[in-house]
Design a protein around this ligand. Sequence first.
Ligand SMILES: [Zn+2]
Length: 232
Amino acid sequence: MTRRLFWEDAYIKEFDANVVSVESNQIVLDQTAFNPRGGGLVGDIGTLNGAKVVDTAKSREDSITHILEIASTLAAGKSVHGVLDWDRRHKIMRMHTSAHLLSAIFNKETGALITGNQIEPDKSRIDFSLDDFDREKMVTYCNQANEAIAKNPPVKTYFMKREEALKIPGITKLASVMPPEVKDLRIVEIEGYDLQADGGVHVRYLGEVGKIEPLKFENKGKSNRRMYFTIP
Ligand SMILES: [Zn+2]
């Protein structure tokens, strides 16, 4: 298992690690600050010993694979220095935390269930199921989200026993349920607004998001709705 430094501190921008395995352009380290793609988030990019990392993915046995642009000359046992593309990653953290907040508000106001999300640095989308679709109301919910951001509540992460966590209503609104062998679920709490089981990266205080700007609302069939948003 790769030690997930981004769970201990999502603000680590550079780190040292040891190479566990190398297969062509795919590198597994003993620890990493690179967050893998999954749960709607794109994978982190950056460098390992100066070589470009173009994507990060989950791989077998809970390890994390760094995908390099070209085949690596590194070997198992060597030490490496990793550097994240921090501007991009911080945008992902802001976008992802926004998606939690928007999902919580949509769910509270309309009962809508979140069916999917795609978090990217410049534009993100949330899919939800909702019969009554009113664009003006949607804009109102985005305004509510921005009011919450202005109050700057803390965003906390901690682990909770699976049985306890799954008793909390709406705990898995956004993320897919973690596999049954996972005994402790990682919880992300926007104090006063949302509680989610989630393995992603988030900002420490909601105010760091800045401002959510809705871009487009789409009807994707009978009750499927999609919202695109950005954070300028
Ligand atoms: Zn999250």
